[in-house]
Write a protein that binds this ligand. Structure first.
Ligand SMILES: [Ca+2]
Length: 399
């Protein structure tokens, strides 16, 4: 069975690669498991390392996240087509930085032919860079220039329009429209990463009035409002079923922003970037999945538990079990945002009831959820550390 599927995948890729695909002779879609736990491959690189086995494994995902520029690249076309053929229900999501543009090498020939979206994006926002009080380019991460959400003292709505227009253009002309976008990341504060702070001269001053961001409440308001207006503009342009997934703390806490989202990307779950305890990470996850907090797209929400510091291993299995109790997706990572397959093997069957929280944070707190084949149980010490986390299969009946 496994070899047969791999062979079919190989044939399909060969057909796409030689441009001689004929729909009348394509093999039928393979049967992809539509069961629990629900998977989501995350891969923030080119597809150079992928073989047919990787494609087949990735196709088990309900949703998959790639860099938006690679989604729109003709070089990815064969792989994306194959994923959709193997799993017609798969949602392909493009990863993109919020309010940032990457620096480019002087020679852009490769980009023009392989990643034209990177180049077109760069040119579209060329006059929207943010500058510091010293006139330096404002960067928050290495090689990522921050865009300015403020123009002439007001919200830079033209920048929003340019970004949304560019996506719209690629959605209609690239031949490979995405099912949604993952935003990395929403923020209320332009935190310059310490690793590059010394190379950024001056302070943040988006509106250029000489009052630095930290002391400028108007500027602070515009900085965050721009992000919400951007998410809103995408929603209005692409409709209710265009999946938006947000990273960053505001989506955990601000219902007004979460309203425009269909999912949260839980980076470094369960501790996230804020050193939450394992227990608090799970309780926050459950709270975010309550009805009405996130909006639904295609009939459901699309949150994702991830931890790139995984190995074969406590964080990946904790992501998996948490996804089961909270009704989310999970991914496995082995030290980077590079998809290399699945190693965990848990077969809970379908859920037969909601998650239940027992005990209290002052003693032992336990989260349980029943499934057809057993129960997921996650319990915590009063310190918030994990006590037990497992799928407990239902014992076979006595003969
Ligand atoms: Ca200012």
């Amino acid at each position: 069975m496994h070899r047969e599927k791999a062979l079919l995948a190989l044939i399909a890729v060969a057909l796409v690669a030689c441009g001689c695909g004929d729909t009348s002779t394509d093999p039928p879609p393979a049967a992809v498991p539509r069961d629990y736990p629900e998977k989501s491959a995350v891969h923030w690189k080119s597809f150079e390392s992928w073989d047919t086995g990787t494609i087949e494994a990735a196709a088990e995902s309900n949703l998959i996240i790639f860099p938006l520029a690679w989604c729109y690249s003709t070089e990815s076309r064969g792989i994306l087509s194959e994923l959709r053929r193997l799993n017609p229900d798969i949602q392909i999501i493009g990863y993109q930085s919020v309010m940032g543009v990457t620096t480019l090498y002087p020679d852009t020939t490769y980009l023009r032919t392989t990643l034209p979206y990177v180049l077109d994006y760069y040119n579209a926002v060329r006059n929207d860079w943010a500058w510091t009080t010293a006139g330096d380019t404002l960067m928050i991460w290495k090689d990522l220039i921050t865009l300015n959400p403020v123009k002439n003292g007001a919200l830079n709505v033209e920048l929003i329009e340019k970004l949304v227009d560019l996506i719209a253009e690629y959605q209609s002309s690239s031949g490979a429209p995405v099912d949604g976008i993952m935003h990395d990341y929403f923020s209320t504060y332009p935190y310059i990463n310490p690793s590059i702070r010394d190379s950024v001269i001056g302070d943040v001053d988006f509106d250029g009035d000489g009052i630095i961001f930290d002391n400028d409440t108007d500027e602070q308001g515009l900085f965050y409002l721009w992000q919400k207006e951007y998410a809103k503009a995408l929603r209005e342009r692409f409709g209710d079923d265009f999946i938006q997934i947000g990273n960053g703390r505001p989506v955990h806490e601000d219902a007004a922003l979460a309203h425009y989202m269909n999912g949260i990307f839980y980076e470094l779950y369960p501790n996230n970037c804020w050193s939450w305890t394992d227990r608090d990470g799970l309780l926050r996850l459950l709270d975010n999945q309550r009805d009405g907090y996130l909006s639904k797209a295609k009939g459901r929400t699309w949150s994702l538990c991830t931890n790139e510091r995984g190995n074969a291993n406590s964080n990946n299995i904790f992501c998996l079990l948490s996804s089961l109790v909270a009704g989310c997706l999970y991914t496995e990572m082995q030290g980077s945002y590079e998809f290399s397959g699945w190693t965990l093997d848990v077969e809970p069957g379908t859920p037969t009831g909601p998650a239940v929280i027992e005990g209290s944070v002052d003693s032992t707190l336990t989260v349980r959820r029943p499934f057809a084949n057993g129960e997921v149980k996650l319990s915590f010490y009063d310190t918030g550390r994990r006590l037990e986390y497992a799928f407990l299969p239902t014992p076979a009946p006595a003969p």
